[in-house]
Structure formats: C-alpha cells, structure tokens
Ligand binder design. Structure first.
Ligand SMILES: [Zn+2]
Length: 168
C-alpha cells in the first residue's frame, strides 16, 4: 500500500495510465446506455427515434393523451391544429443581424421544437398599457390565409396567433 502511494506522488505516469484505463471504458459504456435508454417509439408515425445524446432534449413531446410525439410529427400536429382551430400559440424570434460578420437571421415564427416555421410578412412594434410593449406580426399561414400574431412584453417569445379573413 505504502509503495503505491509513493509511486503516485513521485511519478505521475502510473496515475495517468490508471486514470485512462479505468475512466475511459466507464464513460464509453454510459454513453452507449444513454443512447439505447433514451430511444422511444413515436405514437404518431410509429418510428423508433434515438435523440442526439449530446443534446439535452428528449426528442419528443407528450400530448394531452399522454402519447410521445417526435419533433417531426409535432410540426404536422401543430399545422393540423392551426387549420382546424384557426388559432394557436407559437414562438416569435426577432431578426438577428450583425453588419461586421455579415450575418443575418430573419425573424421567424415557429412551434416549440422548431419543426413548423413561418416568416413574417409584416411586423409592427407598439406599446401596451400593462406589458409596456407589444409586437404585432402577420404571416402566411398553412391554410392559404394570412395569420395575425401578438406578443406582449419584452420577456417572452409567446405569440398568440389567429387566422384573419384575408387570403394570401
Ligand atoms: Zn413521429
């Protein structure tokens, strides 16, 4: 026991070797089990999906019926909901641009996993008596109609959307 301690302190090489041998296979094993363990079957398309183990996302959304819906199917489900109900809640991300890096990301309206996206045709910044600010957004919806969305306050991306009577 005494000699092991002495070796570790005086010469770091055995310690590194020990660390590599013991830690590396454990980490590798854990990653493999994460991939297998997180796999799920989408209740909508029936496909078994394995989300990226490096992302913290689950790869699915649970709907009101308790079904697991993959991100791709979330887009289809949200689109159908819009067509059927004429209103929905989406997320509004304003345009981001940087003139130095010549980078421009246009403003967008999307569902939660980002698998259903629209781009605004017109936006209007305004004031709101309680939330202090409001943004009104118009975009071409999935049903051939122009949709209108409104976001209240600076600390949210939630956009309350409604179909208008105007055709695209
Ligand atoms: Zn699916």
């Amino acid at each position: 026991m005494g000699s092991v301690t002495f070796t570790t302190i005086s010469n770091p090489t055995p310690l590194q070797t020990f660390g590599f041998v013991s830690v590396y296979p454990v980490r590798r094993k854990r990653t493999m089990s994460t991939i297998v363990g997180k796999g799920f079957r989408c209740d909508c398309c029936g496909e078994t999906k394995h989300p990226d183990p490096d992302s913290c996302g689950t790869g699915y959304r649970t709907n009101e019926k308790g079904q697991k819906i993959c991100y791709a199917c979330c887009g289809k489900e949200d689109k159908e909901y819009m067509i059927e109900n004429g209103r929905t809640v989406l997320y509004y991300t304003p345009a981001v641009s940087c003139t130095i890096r010549l980078f421009h990301e246009p403003a967008k309206i999307s569902n939660w996993p980002g698998t259903l996206t629209f781009h605004p045709i017109y936006t209007k910044q305004g004031r709101h008596n309680i939330a202090r600010s409001r943004v009104d957004v118009w975009f071409n919806g999935p049903d051939g109609f122009v949709w209108w969305g409104v976001q209240y306050g600076d600390f949210t991306q939630i956009l309350h959307c409604k179909r208008t009577k105007k055709k695209t």
